[in-house]
Design a protein around this ligand. Structure first.
Ligand code: PBG
Length: 325
């Protein structure tokens, strides 16, 4: 039998496989989402996210230095807000001396080259756990955008490199861009969570920040997971409004969206491998059902292969250690 075309020739040994590989991870592909809480010397477990902690600011800074030494160059910041500071306006979100603003300053003081992307949305500050201001059981769009603008400017004043609105209100990217320009921050970028789906994969994150919606769900602002054309519409509008980078979220189950957007848009696409994806993998690893190191590298490589320029992942630190080996 003569088979002229044998695909296996290009897989015969590790050297040829290395030479043929299209997608290779580096630590430059990662951002690490981190959770900050009030207090000193605090490191709290998040039961649904084994290996991930809420750190107080002092320990966060130690962590940031370690991340930098591992080659991680960007962090996404999320704060756990004291219940006493929560209300329906979210005003603590633009407190100049709030936990987020203090964290941004402290990180930029300690490691100025670390790219800092604070999350912009009201949910950690909202008594309702919603990303916007609530009136008669509805999430107000325009009033929320005004709040997000104040929040964004306060992040820029604290030293943020990129503003990262994850709220999915309409028109917020343009409003934030305008405010950044007007307030003297032309070089502060916007990474918009453009294609953010209403997903059950966010459960462990809401445990981490105690930010689960108190009523209803987020389906009037986050997208329906049955849709993909809507993601293109969201992305194109955010880019028109001035987003420098867009994000798709969640990651692994949504790689068709990443791939599609990669064909259409000309800005970098970041992908968020979210808390529920992390939790699923860790649970299987803890049961001995999946190989931790292999599954981390495979899942992240696949996200990059689909078209991600950057991956926000709770595995960033572990993956960096594996890649640095
Ligand atoms: C809040 C926000 C959420 C996540 C990032 N920003 C939760 C939500 O929208 O309810 C989820 C991230 C994760 O699950 O890891 N605006």
């Amino acid at each position: 039998m003569i088979i002229y075309s044998r695909n296996r020739r290009l897989r015969v040994n590790q050297s040829i496989r290395d030479l043929m590989r299209e997608t290779t991870l580096t630590t430059d592909d990662f951002m690490l989402p981190i959770f900050i809480t009030e207090g000193k010397n605090i490191k709290e477990d998040i039961p649904s996210m084994p290996g991930i902690y809420r750190h107080s600011l002092d320990l966060t800074i130690k962590e940031i230095k370690e991340l930098w030494s591992l080659g991680i160059k960007a962090v996404n910041l999320y704060v756990k807000v004291n219940d006493k500071l929560k209300d329906n306006t979210g005003k603590e979100a633009w407190n100049k001396n709030g936990l987020m603003q203090d964290t941004i300053k402290a990180i930029k003081d300690a490691v100025p080259e670390m790219i800092v992307m604070p999350d912009v949305a009201l949910d950690p500050y909202s008594i309702y756990g919603h990303d916007g201001i609530v009136e008669d059981g509805k999430i107000l769009n325009d009033a929320t955008v005004e709040a997000l603008v104040k929040m964004s400017v306060s992040h820029a004043e604290a030293g943020a490199d990129f503003i990262a609105p994850s709220d999915m209100m309409d028109g917020r990217v343009a409003a934030i861009r305008e405010a950044l320009e007007e307030n003297g921050f032309p070089n502060v970028g916007i990474m918009s969570y453009a294609a953010k789906y209403a997903s059950s994969f966010y459960g462990p994150f809401r445990d981490a920040l105690d930010s689960a919606p108190g009523f209803g769900d987020k389906k009037t602002y986050q997208m329906d997971y049955g849709n993909s054309r809507e993601a293109i519409n969201e992305a194109i509008k955010d880019i028109d409004e001035g987003a420098d980078m867009i994000m798709v979220k969640p990651g692994l189950p949504y790689l068709d969206i990443v791939s599609k957007l990669n064909e259409i848009v000309d800005v970098p696409i970041s992908v968020y491998q979210v808390s529920g994806e992390y939790a699923m993998i860790k649970a299987a690893v803890q049961n001995g059902w999946l190989d931790n190191d292999k599954i981390i590298i495979e899942s992240l490589t696949c996200i990059k292969r689909a078209g991600a320029s950057l991956i926000s992942t709770y595995f960033a630190k572990e993956a960096a250690k594996l890649l640095n080996k």
